[in-house]
Design a protein around this ligand. Structure first.
Ligand code: HEC
Length: 122
């Protein structure tokens, strides 16, 4: 087990979302996160990469991580990240925030749901 996995498991256990179904969804969400987002985003550690870290992103204001150089578009968007706004953004980032530097669309609704559930547990 690498550090990222251990940290995520620990924070899942600590978050108190004890139902088996939710834990399972979040676990596969973690795997999907690593596959789809991990090249650009860290979550277990608040470290920026190609994209800003996503620790605690649900409940955060868009463009608010210190030390990350956001596009002016995202920074000025005023979006509050919730499961709903994340769903809209991931479906098609540029449709929500024109000129964002995150351009990749995630078309699989089941995968989006699992990833967002995972994000909410971090
Ligand atoms: C190829 C790199 C790349 C990939 C892959 C990627 N992102 Fe991003 N993401 C970025 C960049 C760059 C930004 C900053 C965009 C800007 O400043 O306009 C960003 C911004 C974000 C934000 C806004 C964060 C904030 O602080 O406002 C969220 C949320 C996000 N990404 C989620 C995801 C998720 C979830 C995935 C996987 C499903 C993903 N991203 C995949 C590069 C990426």
């Amino acid at each position: 087990m690498n550090k990222v996995v251990i940290a995520a498991v620990v924070s899942l256990a600590a978050s108190g979302h004890g139902t088996p179904a939710l834990s399972q969804g979040a676990a596969s969400g973690q795997k999907l996160f690593q596959q789809r987002c991990g090249a650009c985003h860290q979550i277990a550690t608040p470290r920026n990469g190609v994209g800003p870290h996503l620790q605690g992103v649900v409940g955060r204001t868009a463009g608010s991580v210190d030390g990350f150089r956001y596009s002016a578009a995202l920074k000025g968007s005023g979006i509050a990240w919730t499961t709903e706004t994340l769903e809209t953004f991931l479906s098609n980032p540029a449709a929500m925030v024109r000129e964002t530097r995150m351009t990749q669309r995630f078309n699989n609704a089941d995968e989006r749901r699992a990833i967002i559930e995972f994000l909410g547990a971090q």
